[in-house]
Each structure stands twice: as structure tokens, then as C-alpha cells.
Design a protein around this ligand. Sequence first.
Ligand code: ADP
Ligand code: MG
Length: 606
Amino acid sequence: MSRIRLLPDTVASQVAAGEVVERPASVVKELIENSIDAGARKIEILTRRGGISLVRVIDDGSGMDRDDALLSLERHATSKIRSAADLETIATLGFRGEALPSIASVSRFRLTTRELNAIAGTEIIVNGGKIDIVRDGGEAPGTQVEVRSLFYNLPARRKFLRSENTESRNIEHQIHLQAIGHPRIAFTLLRDDRLVFQLAETATLSDRIRDLYGSELLERLIPVDGNASAKVQISGLIGQAGLSRQTRAQQLIFVNGRAIESSLITAAIREGYHTALMKGQYPVTFLFLDLDPGAVDVNVHPTKREVRFRDVTGVREAIVHCLWQTLERSRAEWQEKFRAPAALPPSVTKVPAPAMVERQLSAAVSPERAPAPYRPVEFAPRPDLVPDNRKEPVVGVADPGHGRQAVRSTHAAPQQFQIIGVLNKLYVLMENADGLVLVDQHAAHERILFEELQRRMEEQGVPAQKLLLPQTFDLPPRDSDWIERNMSILQKMGIGIESFGPNSFKIESLPSFLNVSDPTQFMRKVIDDLKSVTNNSSVMRLGEEMIAKTVCRHAVKANDPLRYLEVEKLIRDLLECDLPYCCPHGRPTMIQISLAELEKKFGRKV
Ligand code: ADP
Ligand code: MG
């Protein structure tokens, strides 16, 4: 007797539901997608007990007639594609015809729907996949789906649900994704009968972000430069350098309007941010990629969260390029704040009297020991180098005794800022056109050293200094391999090292900017640090990584008192950097507190 049997439809649906409906948030996602596909302008979501007890989604979309409503509960019934060829050009969020039957098979399900001009609507009640009632319904045009007691008939599944709070958070995240992806649709969320948010329809993404996350976040976002590539249109907003989060919750990526998760894109975003992102942190992105539907396959997974790109490299490069350009442009705009004269009412400008500035600054210099001078980057002068004017700003009016400084660099408009003092031997307080600026002198120095060395490395290699006594040392075989493979990069970085027998090496020179007392120990540390760098990083990246790691230890530290002119030079050098507002590890170098923010804090303005 044959042992193979066709599964009854309800069982097949329950099996499929295992993939489509993981948790209440998946129900919410699928129902909202259906509403969006049905052309809804307004979607209302209500959940109870983390969506486990109830999820209700009401829309004002097209609605269905009775036949369609019944058909929509059949497996593989969809109005969105007709043939396999249509998969090439999917413009809707749904297309698999799986969601409704799957959800209905694992819950107590009620669908009411009515087309705009229909006299009556339809109500269908399904329990565990079995249609129990079909009758006329009297709801407003549109569709309403109620999902109660999710997984009531699959106790094993129910056990996997997390706490109500966690499930609610997942649901909220899903709605955020959809709301950001569709600013023109109004969204309302009620949780346990309490209003969580009510988003009016808006014209732009910015408005939607403000409504959802507040204007404070919006102010720290920059619109992306869209002309990255002919094949991929990139738009949206991304966080400025230095803005990051501990989780990926605000790293939103949309491909042709669909919120997706993609390690490829995540990696490309990381690469685009490069050193503008703090290690272990996630950038904030509201990134929209639009490409020919034929160039992307969304039919990868039942949840439609993953996509495959035909031209992986093209997409990757477009994103990296676009993000880098965007951050670069934002730097230029940002620098403007230091170019325009600090515009304060006359009564305020008088306050930092010259004497006071002097006093505050000298207070930061400890009298008992000679202050460590801020040395920008020390290299032996090399006559073969092309002179680089960019890094040699000419001081215009720089008289620390006379209030506001106008500092001039040769290639751009004068930079105007005024140093007020140094707080806690670490934070430089300054004033610019926008208001108050706080600079972390250690982070600032790291950034300056980093860019300087990076430039040297790309151009002709970091200048090295011969050791008086070359040192030999042994390494375990794995580390020896690593050195052998990366010998030429080390050379470029100013580390002269060569083989000296099996697993033994000789250090002959080190970067001249370093002040290393124990070269062997230094090398072991470098290897340890760099081995952990991801293996896919390019040669230059490895070099940068090593620089980033080493400059940190050699930059001006907190508590290193600086003289006024050193502080001023530090700030000027910082403003000349490519990415002045964060250190090579992505920590902010400076914080701007605008006058408007101060006014708000002091209750002068609401
Ligand atoms: P899919 O969305 O992949 O087509 P679903 O099972 O989610 O599959 O839905 C089946 C069909 O039911 C859809 O193709 C659509 O025609 C119809 N439908 C579902 N939800 C709605 C809704 N909210 N408004 C109008 N039609 C809907
Ligand atoms: Mg659907």
C-alpha cells in the first residue's frame, strides 16, 4: 500500500504558516501589506496582549466582492500575479497568495470586506482553517481582518512566543517599517486600547520621520545624494557621521518600496560610513533603493524579507559611493557653520573678555609640569614631497588676547570660531555661528593624526625611522604566517620587518611618528589588533585599521593640558579634516549645541 498521501488543505496551510507566520508581528506585516496593495489611504491597527490575543487591521482600500473574499482564503490564490513571468516585474508587496490562508489556519479569523459601491459587504469567519460562517456584513467600504488567539491550535508554536512586551515591540517595529516606507498612508496603532501613535498622511519622508521619531532625530539626518548609478536609484535620509545606535532598529532599508533585510546592503552601508561609524554600533538609515524589478528577486523566502540582486557588485558599489558622497557633502555644509561669523547679540559678544579667556586657558595648563605640546604630526621633512597647502593654513588674525578669532586657511573662506576655554582638561569650549561647540581634544587629535597618516600611506608610505638596534623576536606559526602575508602593507605603514629564520623576525624600522619604547611588544600588539580585523578588508583598510588603532594610543590624551595656541591649532587642523566630526572609531569629536537649543533649554522658546 502506498505510504505517500496528499496533505489535507488545512494541514498544508498550517505547515506553510510555520514559515509565513512566525509571530504576531508577521500577521501585522502581512495584513498591512495587503492593505497597502489594496490602495488604502488609512490603516488602523489594534493589538491586544502583544497581538497574541488579538490583531485587527482595518483599511479603506478596494475591498473584495464575496467570490474574491472566499477565494482569498484559498492557498495560492492571489490577484497580484498570473504567471511565472509576472514574478519578474512584481510591483506589489504580496504575490505568493499564502498569507491569508496561513493566518486563518492558525487562529480564530474574521474577515469583513466591502467594495466601495457595493450594497452589502461580506463577513467570513474561519476557525483553525475551517470556514464556519459566510454572511452579509455591514462594515464601511474597505477590509477589516481580525485575528484572535494566534496559534491556539498549535500549542508547540505558542510556546515559542516571547513576552507580550517583546511581541508588542516587534509589532511596532513592523509598523514603523511600513509607515516609513509609505508616508502617504495614514497609520494608527492602538495597543491594548491605548493609542500608541496616530500618523497623519504626509507628503514627504522627512515629515513622516518627524512624526514618528521626533524632530531631534530629523535634524541629525542628511538627505542622500541620489545620482549614484544609472541602474540603482538611491534616495532617503541617513544619519550624519557620529550618529549611531546600539541596535539595528533604525537601520531601515527598502528595495522597490519593500522593507528588507540584507547582509549585503548592511555591509555596504558600513563600508560607506567607514570611519564615520563607531565600532559595534549601527548607523541610522532610511535608505530607499529603486531598481528595475527584473534586476531583483524578491521570491527568496516566504516572508519576503530577503532579496537577491542580479548585479551584486553594482548595488554594493552604488551604495558605498552614494553614502560616502553624502557624508562628504554634509561635511562641507557643516563647515560653513565655522565660516560664517558668530552672530550674537552685542550684549553677549562682550562676555568672554580677553582676560577671562586667558585665565581659563591658563587654568588648564598645570603649572608644576611642562605642558605636553600639541604636535600636529611629526615627520622629518622630506624634500621629495609635493608641498601640501591644504594642511598649512595661514593664520589671519590670530591674537589670543583679543576676543574673536578669524582664522584663515589658504583654500577656503575664513573659519570663524572663538575658543572660550578648556573644560576638565579635555573638552574645548568654542563658539561658532550656530552657538556652542564642545570638542573632545583627544578624539580630535586622533582624527587629525589618522587622516594625515592615511594620506601619507596612500601617497608614498608612512615615513619610517631606523631603529638604532634592530630587534629580533619569535612568533607562533599562525602569527608568522600573518606577517609573511602582510609584509608589504606593514612596510607601507612604516614598519620595516623581515624574516629572520623560521618563525623569527627582525624589526629594523618603525613609523617615525610613534614613540615606542619596546618595539617587540609593540609588534605583538599590532599583530593581535590587526588579526582581529575582518579578513575581507582590503589592503588599504588594513593599513587604516592599524593607523586607527595606533593613533589612539599616541594622540593627545584627556588630561594633557594644552596651551592656547596648541588648542587653536588643534581645532584648525580638525576643521580641515575630511570627516572632522568623529574620531576614526566613529566617536564624535565635537558636539554642537545651537543657540536655538539653548533657548529651548532656558525656556525662552517652546
Ligand atoms: P497575496 O497578498 O500574496 O496575494 P494574500 O493571501 O495575502 O496573498 O491575499 C490574497 C488576496 O486577497 C490578495 O491577492 C488580494 O487580492 C486579496 N486581499 C487580501 N487582503 C486584502 C485587503 N486588505 N483588501 C483587498 N483585497 C485583499
Ligand atoms: Mg498578502
